[in-house]
Design a protein around this ligand. Structure first.
Ligand code: FES
Ligand code: FES
Length: 211
C-alpha cells in the first residue's frame, strides 16, 4: 500500500512548490550576500522590465557607463560584470568569486556600490554605472588611487579595483573617516594577499588630503 499523505512531514514538503523553493533559496542567498559584501542597491519593485518577457536570445539594451551611453546586445543571463568586460571592453572590473562573496567586481549604480557579478545587465535600466575606469578625472588619478600606489596597497591586484571603489565611495561620502569607518566600508572586499593594513592607511591618508 502506498504511504502517501500518511506522514505529515512529507505532506508539508509536497506543499512547497518548486517555484517557492527556488524563491526561498534565492532570498536566503541574497541575505548572506548582503551580510558579506557590498549592498546590492537595486529595488526590484522598480524593475524597468516589470511585466515583460525576454530571451532566450540576445537583445539590444542601452547602458550609461562612465558618462557615455552605448548600445550592447546581451542575453538575459548576461551579468553586469560580463557586459562591462566582454561587451564594453572595461576589463578594470575584476571577476574573482563570480558569486557575490568577494566584492572584487564592485561598481557603482547611481553612485551606490554593487557587486556586478550577481546583477543582470538588464536590471541596470536607466541607472548610471561607474566603473574603476571612471574614477580618475581628466587624466588625474583619484586621491585614493594615488594613496594606494604610495602605500603599496596592492599585490596581485585582483581585489584592488573593487577595494578602490569601496574606499572612494567612503571618502566621497564621509570627509573625515576613522579606521573603523574604513574597515566597515571594505568589510565585503576580500584580499587574499592580506593588503588590508596598507589599504586602511592609504584610505585614511587620502581622506586627509581631500579636506
Ligand atoms: S563578488 Fe563579484 S567577483 Fe566576487
Ligand atoms: S592584492 Fe591580491 S587579492 Fe588583494
Amino acid at each position: 500500500m502506498e504511504k502517501k499523505d500518511q506522514d505529515p512531514e512529507s505532506k508539508s514538503a509536497k506543499n512547497i512548490s518548486r517555484r517557492g523553493f527556488i524563491r526561498g533559496a534565492g532570498l536566503s542567498t541574497a541575505g548572506s550576500v548582503l551580510l558579506s559584501s557590498n549592498v546590492l542597491a537595486f529595488d526590484y519593485r522598480e524593475h524597468p522590465a516589470k511585466g515583460k518577457e525576454f530571451g532566450p536570445g540576445a537583445m539590444t539594451i542601452k547602458m550609461k557607463v562612465n558618462g557615455i551611453t552605448k548600445s550592447i546586445s546581451v542575453e538575459p543571463r548576461t551579468t553586469l560584470a560580463a557586459a562591462l568586460r566582454d561587451h564594453l571592453g572595461l576589463t578594470g572590473t575584476k571577476v574573482v568569486c563570480d558569486r557575490g562573496a568577494c566584492s572584487a567586481c564592485t561598481v557603482y549604480l547611481d553612485g551606490k556600490p554593487v557587486n556586478s557579478c550577481i546583477m543582470s545587465a538588464l536590471d541596470v535600466g536607466d541607472k548610471e554605472v561607474t566603473t574603476i575606469e571612471g574614477i580618475a578625472k581628466n587624466g588625474e588619478l583619484h586621491p585614493v588611487q594615488e594613496a594606494f600606489i604610495e602605500h603599496d596597497a596592492s599585490q596581485c591586484g585582483y581585489c584592488t579595483p573593487g577595494m578602490v571603489m569601496s574606499c572612494v565611495h567612503l571618502v566621497e561620502n564621509n570627509p573625515n573617516p576613522n579606521l573603523e569607518d574604513v574597515k566597515d566600508a571594505t568589510r565585503g572586499n576580500l584580499c587574499r594577499c592580506g593588503t588590508y593594513p596598507h589599504v586602511f592607511k592609504a584610505t585614511l591618508e587620502a581622506a586627509k588630503k581631500m579636506i
